[in-house]
Design a protein around this ligand. Structure first.
Ligand SMILES: NC(=O)c1ccc[n+]([C@@H]2O[C@H](COP(=O)([O-])OP(=O)(O)OC[C@H]3O[C@@H](n4cnc5c(N)ncnc54)[C@H](OP(=O)(O)O)[C@@H]3O)[C@@H](O)[C@H]2O)c1
Length: 293
């Protein structure tokens, strides 16, 4: 199976490498073209533009940062729309809102192409290990054709019905995750200020009903103040913002998510946006510092 791949960030690179490793022919494009070099060395071909990749491949996957990137790659000059046509499938795995996804879907379908949104749950390591959870929605026939690729990229894929459902699902999941990260940050901070051991707190959490892989993975690094980006904080804040907008649309009150979003915004204003989202701990600590000053 020959697939195109647009966007070689943390996730896109790991996913494209995985496809290559499993025998897929992969043609890559990235806005910063130099990032294609490493993939080329591993056997990928390179397309000069998104349109060139679409022209070459029956199926193209995109993994881009946010709604504006997802729209730009489709609608701008040399973009996906210039070459998409009947018989070609476009699968956007970026985390965006349902409105962005619908806009892309409508434009692609109008040109005769097939569209699937397929955001993922899971971060850098699951992407490297092919252990993502794929939340797909849109054209069922395209979903069925993508199953061999999804089987390589993920441990489980869901087909969730009409376009927008995958996007919304992903935002709900990340809203919960962002709030949990804030709760952990406040807990670590409170333990420390109360003269308790942060490591013992992690040990206790890990033995009880609220044990989870995220606390186990991120907690020890947070105590050390180490935040190498697996999921960039700026993207987590984007997801909180989009989830809160979904809450607005549906008149769902979400005070915990709203407060968490404020902490992520604060972290961005402190220049932490490119670090891992667990760096929100630094914003929580700095807020507690100013309280006690
Ligand atoms: N990292 C995770 O743990 C994780 C997990 C699940 C879902 N996601 C979602 O997956 C998506 C990608 O995340 P990531 O962590 O791989 O992000 P990333 O490392 O920041 O990569 C973002 C990618 O988008 C490209 N891009 C940004 N703006 C663009 C524009 N205007 N036009 C064209 N390309 C543009 C970047 O190109 P350049 O290289 O040129 O900047 C890069 O290829 C995001 O929607 C994120 O929310 C991430």
């Amino acid at each position: 199976m020959e697939v195109g791949f647009l966007g070689l960030g943390i996730m896109g690179k790991a996913m494209a490498v995985n496809l290559l490793r499993h025998g897929f022919g992969v043609t890559v494009w990235n806005r910063t073209l130099s990032k294609c070099q490493e993939l080329m060395e591993q056997g990928a071909s390179v397309g000069e533009t998104p349109a060139a990749v679409i022209n070459k491949c029956k199926y193209t996957i995109a993994m881009l940062s946010d709604p504006s990137a997802a729209l730009s790659v489709v609608f701008d000059k040399d973009g996906v729309l210039e070459q998409i046509c009947s018989g070609k499938g476009y699968v956007d795995m970026s985390t965006v809102d349902a409105e962005t996804s619908s806009k892309i879907s409508e434009a692609i379908t109008k040109k005769g192409g097939y569209f699937l949104e397929a955001p993922v749950s899971g971060s850098k390591k699951p992407a490297e290990d092919g252990q993502l959870v794929i939340l797909a929605a849109g054209e069922k026939a395209l979903y069925d054709e993508m199953v061999p690729a999804f089987d390589v990229l993920g441990k489980k894929s869901f087909f969730l019905g009409e376009v927008g459902n995958g996007a919304k699902f992903k935002l709900v999941v990340n809203m919960i995750m962002g709030s949990m990260m804030n709760a952990l940050s406040e807990g670590l901070c409170l333990a420390d200020r109360s003269g308790l051991s942060q490591q013992t707190l992690l040990d206790v959490l890990d033995l009880g009903a609220i044990a989870n892989p995220m606390f186990k993975l991120k907690g020890p690094a947070m105590i050390k103040g180490s935040y190498p980006p697996a999921f960039p904080l700026k993207h987590q804040q984007k997801d909180m913002r989009l989830a809160l907008a979904l809450g607005d649309e549906n008149a769902v009150s979400m005070p915990i998510a709203a407060a968490s979003n404020e902490a992520f915004k604060k972290a961005r204003s402190l220049g932490l946006g490119d670090l891992d989202f667990s760096a929100v701990f630094e914003a929580v600590k700095s807020a507690k510092d100013s309280d006690s000053a």
